[in-house]
Each structure stands twice: as C-alpha cells, then as structure tokens.
Design a protein around this ligand. Structure first.
Ligand code: ADQ
Length: 748
C-alpha cells in the first residue's frame, strides 16, 4: 500500500470516529430535548383536561366527548377517566391495557404514599414505558372538584415519533458533517496533489529534456539523479564502482572464461604506411572501437575484424594475428581479408547504403540490392568461420558487434551450439513497419536470434526489435524476461546503454586544460578573448553537421556581439567516401562553411574552421579541453560517445555540452543543454546560453554529468551483459540436466 493510500485510510478512520462521537452527543441531547418537550406538552394538556373533566364528571356523554376531543391530538394514544376506587368511568378504545385505570391507579396511589401523606391520596404521576409498538409517555392527574378528589385522568402519549425524528436528524447530521469533512480535508488534499503533480511534471521535464534548468531545481535534480543511480545500483547483483579488474573477475568467476572473442567490422588498431614510407598505428574514429577496446584490454582474447589498413598485411603473423595495443600487447587482432567486391557489397552496399539509412531517421533513402545481399551473407559466413577458428572451447564467450553482422550469431551457433553469443546493435532499431522495407528482414531477425543476448542502447530500440520479431516471425515471447524463444533457443533482449572506460586513458594522458587551450588557440590562430565551439564527428549525414553550422550562422545573425569573437571548429573525419551520399555531404558541408565565413568572416576572423582529416585521440582530447562549448547535433544516434568524451575530458568542470534530443546519450546526460537540432533558433539560443552561463552553473552541470559517466562506465556495461549471460547459461545448463532426467522435453 502506498503512503498516500495509508494516509487517506487513516484520515477516513479518524473522520468516521469523530462523526460517530459527535452524532452520539447530538442524539442524547436531542432525545432529552424532545422528551422534555413532550412531557411539558402533556402536562399542559392534562391540566386543561382535568379541569374540563371535573365539570362533566357526572355527565357520561359529555365526559366521553371530552375524552374523544383530547384523543384527536395525533400524538395521543388514549385517554381514560377513572374513579377514585380505580374503576373506569370512561375511556377511549385505543388506550393500551397496561394503562387502564386499575393498573395506573396503583401507581397513582403509590405516588401519594411515597409523598408521605397521612391519608394517602391520589397524586400526579408519570412514566415512560416501552411497548412493542414503541415508547409511550403516560401521565395521570387527580380530578378535583371543590377540594374533593373525584378520581383521576390517564393520558398516554406516543413517543415513537421522537425516535423517527431523531433518526432523521442523525441522518441529516451525518450528511452535513460528511460534506463538511470532504470540503475541509478533500479540497486541501486536491490542491496539494495538483501542486505535487505540477512540480513533479516540471522535474520530470527537466530530467528528460535538460534545456535551461531554473537554478532552484538544480539541487533537486542532482538529488533525484543520485537517487536513480542508487536505485539502479541496488537492482544490480553487484553494486558499486566498476573497474577493469572487476570485469575480469566477473568473467573468470561467473563464466569461467579466460578470454573473449569480439567480432566487429572495424579493427581497434590499423597499420598505415604514410607518405614517408613509415608504418604507423592508427586508432580509427569509431564509437564501437572507443567503447570495446578497453573491454578487450581488460579481458584479453581475440578481436576478429576486417584488415583495412594499407599496411595491415605486412604486420600480421602467418595466422593473420597481430598483438596489440602496441606496447602493451594484451590481446590480439585476427585480421580477415576482403576483396574489393566483398567490401563493396557487404560494407558499402548492404550495410551502409541499406541498413544504416534504414535504421536512422535522417531522410536518406535506403538502397537494397540483391547482389549486395549475397555479399552480406557471404562475408558474414567468412567472419563467422574466422570466429569459430579462434575459439578454444566448446562454450566460448563471443561478442558480435553491430549491423555488419546480423547473420553471424545464427551462423556461429550452428557450429558452436553451446557458445554464449552476445550481439550488440550500436545504432537505433527502427519500428516494425520501417523494418519491413528491407526485403530480407526475416533473415536478419533470424540471424540475430542465434544470440544468447541482443543488446540495444535504449528500451525503445528493444521494443522496436521485439515488435519486429512479433510481426515477422513465428516465435514465442517470454514477457517476464523480455526474451524471444525460437526453435527452443532463448534470446534475451535488453537495453545496455554503452559508455566509456573510466578513467578515460586519453583524458589521463592529456595536458591540463589551460595548456590545451594555449595550444589550440595557437593552432587555430585565435585572439585571446575568442570563444570556441567544437564539433567532433565522422562526416556522416546522421550527425547533423549541416544543421549545426546553420545554427552557428543563426547565432551570429541573432547575437551580433559574438561576431568576430565566436569561432566554431569542426573536426570532421571523412567517412564512407565511396558512397555518393557521403561525397555529397562532404561538398555540402564545405559549401556551407564557405558561405558562412564569407558572410561573417573578416581578414582576421573565420567563424567556421573545418578540419577534415583523421585526428588521433590525443588531439581530439586537446580540443575537448580547450572548447567553451561542444555541440552534438545528431539527427538520430544510437548513443553518441563524443558527448560522453567531452564530459570525460573536462576535469576542470568547465565547458558546456549542447546535445541533440535524438541521441541515446540525451537520456543520460540530462544536465546538458538539450536541443532539437532542426530548430535552428532554439539551437542558436542554446549556444548563446552556453556562452553566457555563470561559472557556478557550468561547474554544477559538468560535475553531475561526470559522476554519472564515471559510475555508469563501459566495464559496468560489459559486466551487466556478462552477468546476464552467466545467468542464462546456468538456466540452460539446469534445464539441460532436467531434460536428461525427464522423459518429456521442457523446451525452454
Ligand atoms: P559512431 O557513429 O562512430 O558510433 P560515436 O559514438 O559518436 O559515433 O563515436 C565516435 C568516436 O569516433 C568517438 O570516440 C570520437 O572521438 C571519434 N571521432 C569522431 N570524429 C572524429 C574525428 N574527426 N577524428 C577523430 N576521432 C573522431 C556508433 C553509433 C553511436 C554509438 C557508438 C557506440 O552510431 O550511436 O554511440 O557506435 O555504440
């Protein structure tokens, strides 16, 4: 029972008790009033009756008429005139037998005796008697003529009407009291509920949307977030800080695994022969690599990937292995070689002209070609075979990463039925209707359902996936566990928002923010009082780079004070340049930057600086540390790790993050200024807010986001998946053992 329900029940009980007590007091009081009223009334009636009866005492007809006249009163039950010897002189027919002359006379005489008369006389007497018909007031009074008692008169009054009146009065009282109580307690309660509702809606809105948060809500939001984090921790089997060491322990203890095998298209390190002929190691610009590389360093094992560097073949051993990271050598990469056609069909064609635009709402039409699909299947098989060659047990732990390998889980499962396969989809999953656009949606779903677990960044993407399965495949759903069962094989579908290692090694290695600022100011030729905005992306149409530059233009247009002072530097790594749409984007961004620079630039000032080349992480982190604001304006993004990296870099608690509401990160980094990147006016306002934000507010926001990404780091992300996998594995082992002992298959 909720606290509110308990409070209302308590209140109602107190009200009922109060009403009961008050109605008791009121009933007793009104009862006394009524009875006193009736007896006074009866006394009066008696006095006048005895007087008139004395005159007619010896006239039987006259006496009877007077009795009948008295009896006409609606509350009088009966009247009798009695002789002194207690015989009846005259009587109305309805007078109850208990009150006839002889019965009452005894009491009338007794009253005289009790009064201490020497010669007991007839005396006034009255009582209230209870008959089966109700209560009755009976009074008797002597009839005296010229000082001599002729006899006495009996008058019986009905009192049951008093009880009826009392009952009505009580009902009325209860209704009035109830209405007053509802008004007295209900109205303040409703007002309080309304106020609480409005307040919590406001807090929720702020938690969800971010935006410019009123100062008075800041401490509350911090507390709420702290509470959410604590609750999330309490739900875990192993609350507390996650580290590389702890992840290793989970792997060894829960899964008895020494190493893991990762399958991803992109390799974490590629070897590039530069123009000077020397081979260099490069870190590719990829969110997947950023997140997973620390996991691999923590757990060791094999990373199976496409060997894409122009010197990759020269650096592998005869098993196509190369040990990495360069000086650490804690795991190795298994490079898989692809022909031009295979790359074209699998990577550029089906993956990036088909699935990528299908899964992102960014208004680029997906293209599905049958020949690309054939390569997609072939390459998935090729990589799956490579994975199976790398495992060293029958039940290895295999992580299959992203949309390039939707078919691999089922292919691997075929060869390794006991493997624990965890597939993670790094981009959004579209709704079921949209998924139907892909001519091979069934095959993709069936391929993924070869996994033990399928992870997405958000619950929405999980829901979309489950809806697609429901719509297109014959499977069973375990709603309790959020799982799909196909051909007796269970697959958990869960949200695991991806994160960064903590601490981030590039942030640890970077110079302090002041030194970074000096270096970046020098590199970009900025004036000392310049203000710097930053964007860091692969050149991809989902990242909203055009919208971002247009918002900068809008800022300079609407806030002239920033002209000549505010510069936006965009690190844009060319990506997928063999695809026409990406080449178009590259040109469009260049044209746009040129136009804005022509409009607002001068000989010494360029509002937009476009750096289109690969930047190694130390350089990217230098920019993060130098910038006054970082704007992540994705039109649709599974998570977006640039936003988290910017926060991780700001050990000085400086800098403001502006974040698109269409990123998965916006659900976690709620202290960022959250914007709709299509709304250029509001986005430019957000930049102005960021540039003018008081230091205290900047620090508060940054501090809160840093504590979030420190706690919800990538070790926790992987650890949670491994714990879930271990649970599933135990469950399967148990049901396997049960099946051995039971004649009928339990078919989990
Ligand atoms: P990506 O689309 O690659 O990832 P993101 O998560 O933002 O996007 O990660 C990009 C990574 O590349 C970052 O580590 C960043 O530092 C680096 N990077 C970007 N531009 C760069 C540049 N110009 N030079 C050098 N480095 C650059 C996909 C999904 C995301 C999801 C990740 C992880 O699209 O939504 O967050 O996978 O799951």
């Amino acid at each position: 029972m909720t606290q509110l329900a308990r409070f209302i029940l308590g209140l109602l009980a107190a009200l009922a008790l109060l009403t009961w007590a008050v109605s008791g007091v009121v009933q007793t009081t009104t009862h006394e009033w009524f009875e006193r009223d009736v007896s006074a009334h009866a006394q009066l009636a008696m006095v006048s009756a005895t007087r008139s009866m004395a005159d007619a005492w010896y006239d039987p007809d006259g006496l009877q008429k007077r009795l009948v006249a008295i009896d006409r009163n609606q509350h009088v039950i009966g009247v009798a005139a009695c002789n002194a010897d207690l015989t009846t002189r005259s009587m109305t027919p309805d007078l109850p037998e208990d009150f006839h002359c002889r019965a009452v006379g005894v009491w009338v005489r007794a009253a005289g005796t009790a009064a201490g008369d020497e010669n007991p006389k007839l005396r006034e007497w009255s009582t209230i008697a209870t008959l089966p018909t109700g209560r009755v007031y009976v009074a008797a009074m002597p009839v005296v003529s010229q000082g001599q008692a002729l006899g006495f008169v009996i008058l019986a009054h009905d009192l049951s009407y008093i009880e009826r009146r009392e009952a009505r009065a009580q009902t009325f009282l209860l209704v009035v009291f109830g209405a007053l109580a509802i008004l007295a307690f209900g109205v303040p309660l409703l007002v309080a509920r309304r106020v609480r509702h409005d307040w919590s809606m406001e807090v929720r809105k702020l938690l969800r949307k971010g935006g410019k948060q009123p100062r008075e809500f800041q401490p509350i939001l911090g507390d709420v977030r702290e509470l959410i984090a604590r609750m999330a921790d309490e739900r875990e089997d192993l609350p507390g800080q996650w580290t590389a060491e702890r992840l290793r322990q989970i792997l060894n203890r829960n899964l008895h695994g020494e190493k893991i095998v990762i399958l991803a298209n992109r390799e974490p390190y590629s070897h590039i022969r530069g123009e000077d002929g020397r081979i260099e190691v490069q870190h590719p610009a990829s969110g997947l690599v950023t997140a997973l590389e620390p996991i691999m360093r923590a757990c060791s094992g094999v990373w199976v990937a496409h060997g894409s560097g122009n010197a990759d073949r020269e650096t592998v051993d005869r098993n196509d292995h190369v040990r990495v990271p360069p000086e650490e050598e804690s795991y190795h990469i298994r490079r898989v070689w692809l022909s031009e056609e295979e790359q074209q069909g699998h990577y550029y064609g089906f993956s990036n002209e088909g699935l990528w635009p299908l899964c992102h709402i960014a208004h680029t039409r997906p293209t599905f070609r049958a020949e690309d699909w054939a390569y997609y299947q072939k390459v998935n098989q090729k990589f799956s075979d490579a994975v199976c060659e790398e495992v060293d047990s029958e039940d290895p732990i295999i992580l299959v990463e992203d949309y390039h390998f939707a078919l691999a889980p089922a292919m691997i499962r075929k060869r390794l039925p006991s493997a624990t396969i965890i597939a993670f989809w790094h981009i959004p999953w579209p709704n079921a209707e949209r998924m139907g656009i892909c001519p091979w949606h069934n095959e993709l779903l069936e391929g993924l359902l070869g996994s033990s677990i399928i992870g997405f960044h958000t619950q929405l993407h999980c829901n979309n996936f489950l809806d697609s399965v429901d719509r297109y495949l014959e499977t069973r759903r375990d709603r309790e566990q959020n799982a799909v069962i196909m051909h007796g094989q269970k697959t958990l579908v869960r949200p695991y928002p991806i994160a960064l290692e903590w601490p981030v090694r590039w942030a640890e290695m970077a110079p302090d923010p002041a030194a970074c600022r000096v270096q970046v100011w020098k590199d970009l030729g900025l004036k000392p009082d310049a203000l710097l905005g930053l964007g860091v992306d692969r050149l991809d149409y989902t990242k909203g780079i055009e919208e971002r530059l247009l918002a900068v233009e809008m800022l300079l247009e609407r806030y002239p004070k920033y002209r000549g002072r505010f510069t936006f530097v965009q690190l844009a790594e060319p990506s997928r340049t063999k695809i026409e749409r990406y080449r178009e984007l590259n040109e469009a961004v260049e044209r746009l930057a040129k136009r804005i620079n022509e409009r607002f630039g001068t000989a010494e000032y360029q509002p937009i600086i476009l750096l289109r080349s690969h930047h190694e992480p130390p350089e990217v982190f230098r920019y993060y540390r130098a910038a006054d604001l970082c704007y992540v304006s994705s039109l649709h993004d599974g998570m977006n790790l640039v936003a988290k990296e910017f926060v991780a870099a700001r050990i000085d608690l400086e800098g403001v993050l502006i974040l698109s509401e269409f990123t998965g990160a916006a659900q976690e980094l709620t202290e960022a200024l959250i914007v709709n990147p299509y709304d250029l006016v509001k986005s430019s306002d957000a930049m102005a807010v960021a540039l003018g934000m008081p230091e205290e507010e900047r620090r508060d926001r940054m501090q809160s986001m840093r504590s979030m990404i420190g706690r919800f780091n990538v070790y926790r992300w992987a650890g949670k998946m491994l714990v879930d996998a271990a649970y599933l594995r135990n469950q399967e082992r148990l049901s396997g053992r049960l099946a051995e002992h039971l004649p009928v298959s339990t078919n989990l």
